[in-house]
Design a protein around this ligand. Structure first.
Ligand code: SAM
Length: 345
């Protein structure tokens, strides 16, 4: 669904930004924190789009497949001239490049979604913003599509830098390796300086009220576990413990003879960054997603805070954990984006 025109008083001033593949708005939140006004965004999933609109009501949102959004439509609805936009950011869907699906990069996956990077390229070349920010899983660095995208930007007069970096070095209380590509046609490109201090799980969620009766519906979503799973969770030592400590009767059969997936059923450690928050972060069988001391998985509010969303960020709890965790796990950590968007500015 295409949006209406941007109201006159919301018209483009300086430091304007556009968000492609906007999801629930992690990238936009980071850009706003760096002082950009996010004037437009594209997201085709109606659930993510509704959460985006709830949190960014002044942004014109195209709830549409990016392949159907023309450069002229964006320019005319935002009352922009080509070359006037300050920054375009985007994180094309990255499942096709992820370690899991490519068996650590040893296999190429044919997925039409992989070519959406060229839709981003089409908008970059058509809108000709001053700066560009692309974010993705590290696997994209090895893919010839990134080479092609980079060449297209360089041929259009942009300086381009790309690197794989850990968000934990930029004030996000979580380890997460990401590929970041920054480009500019108005200045040299530089990555942000790492933060002076590493933020930990305790920094992010240590002072939250008890889950279940906090009054924040995202923190209070109930958790149902079978008696066996509840017993297994109770038996994991607090503050970083793992499944290797389980007594034989509580060990999963599939884990008895396997040494892999050590994080499964693990607890986070209070004084370290969290592991990567994925779309399965509500499920202890999908990774190290147990709370450091309470006998439960992290709540969706905790997941959002570990991704560095602000405490007030809205995710309607009626959507349920699976949908909320998908949006949170797919999001770009706003603090990470804020740091690089500031450096680029
Ligand atoms: C990695 S997520 C983006 C996360 C987002 N940047 C954030 O920080 O919250 C990729 C998003 O692209 C959306 N998407 C996938 N295919 C699309 C398409 N053809 N057109 C528009 N959006 C698409 C997905 O629904 C998903 O929300």
């Amino acid at each position: 669904m295409a949006p209406k025109h941007l109201p006159r008083d919301e018209q483009i001033a300086k430091r304007t930004a556009f968000d492609c593949f906007a999801g629930c708005g992690g990238l936009s939140q980071g850009l706003k924190g760096a002082g950009y006004r996010v004037v437009g965004a594209i997201e085709n999933d109606p659930v993510a789009a509704s959460v985006y609109e709830l949190n960014h009501p002044n942004t014109l949102l195209w709830c549409s497949d990016i392949r159907r959004v023309s450069v002229n439509d964006v320019l005319s609805r935002l009352r922009l001239r080509r070359g006037q936009l300050d920054l375009i950011g985007g994180c094309p869907p990255c499942q096709g490049f992820s370690k899991l699906r490519t068996y650590n990069g040893s296999r190429r996956i044919r997925d039409r979604q992989n070519d959406l990077i060229f839709e981003f390229e089409r908008l970059v070349l058509g809108l000709r913003p001053k700066r560009v920010m692309l974010e993705n899983v590290p696997g994209l660095l090895r893919d010839q599509r990134l080479r092609r995208f980079r060449d297209a930007l360089e041929n259009a007069g942009y300086s381009v830098e790309a690197d794989v970096i850990d968000v934990a070095n930029y004030g996000v209380p979580q380890r997460r390796q990401r590929l970041v590509l920054l480009a500019s046609r108005v200045s040299a490109v530089r990555f942000a300086e790492p933060a002076s201090r590493t933020r930990t799980v305790r920094d992010a969620i240590g002072s939250l009220p008890r889950a279940g009766r906090s009054g924040d519906s995202l923190h209070d979503l109930p958790e149902k576990r079978s008696r066996l799973v509840a017993a297994r969770i109770r038996a994991i030592p607090s503050d970083g413990g793992g499944r290797e400590s389980l007594p034989g009767r509580l060990k999963l059969t599939c884990h008895r003879h396997s040494d892999g997936f050590k994080d499964v059923y693990g607890r986070m450690a209070w004084d370290e960054p969290a592991p990567t928050i994925t779309t399965g972060c509500f499920n202890p069988s999908k990774g190290r997603f147990l709370h450091p001391s309470a006998n439960r998985a992290i709540t969706m509010r905790e997941a959002a805070l570990l991704q560095s969303f602000p405490k007030y960020y809205k995710f309607p709890s009626e959507l349920g954990k699976v949908k909320i965790a998908t949006m949170i796990g797919n999001a770009l950590p706003p603090r990470f984006i804020r740091a690089h968007a500031r450096a680029l500015k």
